[in-house]
Design a protein around this ligand. Structure first.
Ligand code: ARG
Length: 466
């Protein structure tokens, strides 16, 4: 590890780098993760240098075969990290020089680590987005399955965490589907901003060699090339966008976790989580805790933290590249890793989620959840809505004083609040009646939930077809 290797930039220096400074400035212990992209970028750059006559065919052949060997060595975990070689870019260059000597020294022609790292990171983010999109898609498919299974299962809907109106479990699941669909859309929309190739921007102002940037961009499958070298090497807004989109996704996953944790609590008992996603207590033998969901909720903090981290890294940087940017990688890697794990964890929790249907239906009857339907019933009997609201409010207060639910009142009792009430009122007080009386687009009726599921399946199909 401590071997002091000759640095590519050593020429200008007389003195040695302080050992502590060497360790302080090194990024190899995290940016080794960019190796694959760095090698790919070097291949593209070398091929391009050959196409414009800077490398001859035999030099290119040597470089390409050496790059293959270095790649294999790194993938096998055989490349030693050395802080005196700073970062992954210098490690790879060093390995190439060890293998093919002077030919390798030509590879950095027209290239700076500034445009090199910007290219690597863009390729990394691009792949992370594609993985995350697939993982969201898988989670959405699980959600659709649950929504179909429980499309007419009644559960109370809440506002202010007080029972509000009866809904179906399928309806709630589809709400999560559409939230995740917007998360997916945000990542999709950010993709074109990431997928532009900065290589060829040099240190900050371009190159005096006639580099074929389009060649490199096509080889690396970018959509096109960036327009301004200064911007290309200095901004990390595409990482900010990635972590910002991840933060919103985590907000949704955290809320979803919280919801299930509440449903799963002993007091509610609305859902059962499978044993495989719960853990026990070291002292209380009866406990089965929803730790996976709590961790998803907890890990949201680190993603929000990384958003503040990357925003702050960028906020005061003068043009162009500054070493501050090296700190973008821990933020980015932590964010991507966490998001991917949380999406998987949520999927496993949902795959085996069981709804306790009789409990949720009973709970939906509590708290006068059909009071709005009762008011709507009065409106249909030509009572103005504001008067209906008042009549229902007084009836509810009366029922509370008698410790009865609304459907336990007699028609005579009802009539004491409003003469228009007949025995058909009981139909409007039933939870199923309430759910299926909803006629609006987007509502909780079974017909509407089935429409939402149909649309969701279309969206999934469209995504999977690309
Ligand atoms: N390790 C650096 C980073 O991650 C690479 C670029 C360094 N450039 C430089 N001029 N020191 O940003």
């Amino acid at each position: 590890m401590a071997k002091n290797t000759k640095k590519p930039w050593q020429g200008r220096f007389k003195g040695k780098t302080n050992k502590f400074v060497e360790d302080f400035t090194s990024s190899i212990n995290f940016d080794y993760r960019l190796a694959y992209y760095d090698i790919l970028g070097s291949e593209a750059h070398s091929r391009m240098l050959n196409s414009i006559g800077i490398l001859n065919n035999s030099e290119l052949k040597k470089i390409l075969s050496a790059l293959k060997k270095v790649n294999k060595k790194i993938m096998n975990g055989d490349m030693k990290h050395n802080n005196s070689l700073e970062d992954i870019h210098m490690h790879i260059e060093h390995e190439l020089i060890e293998l093919i000597g002077d030919t390798a020294k030509k590879i950095h022609t027209g290239r700076s680590r500034n445009d090199q790292v910007a290219t690597d990171v863009r390729m990394y983010v691009r792949d992370e987005i594609l993985t995350i999109l697939d993982d969201i898609n898988e989670l959405q498919k699980t959600i659709i399955k649950i929504a179909e299974k429980y499309s007419s299962s009644i559960i109370p809907g809440f506002t202010h965490l007080q029972v509000a109106q009866p809904v179906t479990f399928g309806f709630i699941m589809m709400a999560w589907f559409f939230m995740l669909e917007r998360d997916k859309e945000r990542f999709v929309m950010s993709f074109p901003n990431v997928n532009l190739c900065p290589l060829g921007s040099g240190a900050m102002s371009g190159s005096s060699h006639k580099l074929d940037r389009k060649f490199v961009s096509d080889f690396l499958m970018f959509d096109g090339i960036t327009d301004n070298a200064l911007d290309s090497v200095s901004d990390r807004d595409f990482i900010i966008e990635f972590i910002s989109n991840s933060s919103l996704l985590m907000t949704h996953l955290s809320r979803f976790s919280e919801e299930i944790i509440i449903w799963n609590s002993t007091m509610y008992n609305f859902v059962d989580l499978d044993d495989q996603v719960c853990t026990g207590s070291s002292i209380m033998p009866q406990k089965k805790n929803p730790d996976v969901l709590e961790l998803i909720r907890g890990k949201t903090g680190s993603i929000y933290g990384q958003l503040m981290n990357i925003l702050t890294i960028m906020k005061s940087q003068p043009f162009a590249y500054n070493r501050d940017n090296q700190e973008d990688k821990p933020a980015l890697f932590n964010c991507g890793d966490t998001i991917i794990k949380c999406l998987k964890a949520m999927n496993i929790c949902l795959e085996n989620l069981k709804l306790n249907e009789s409990i949720t239906k009973e709970a939906a009857k509590k708290g006068f959840s059909t009071a709005t339907d009762f008011a709507d019933y009065l409106v249909k009997k030509s009572v103005p809505f504001r008067d209906a609201h008042e009549i229902v409010g007084k009836t509810v207060a009366y029922a509370i004083s008698k410790k009865l639910s609304l459907d336990e009142l007699t028609v005579v009792e009802f009539k004491s609040f409003c003469k228009s009430i007949e025995s058909d009122v009981y139909e409007s007080l039933k939870v199923e009646g309430s759910v299926n009386s909803k006629k609006t687009f987007g509502g909780t009726s079974k017909k509407e939930v089935l429409r939402q599921i149909k649309k969701a399946k279309k969206l999934i199909n469209a995504y999977e077809k690309g």
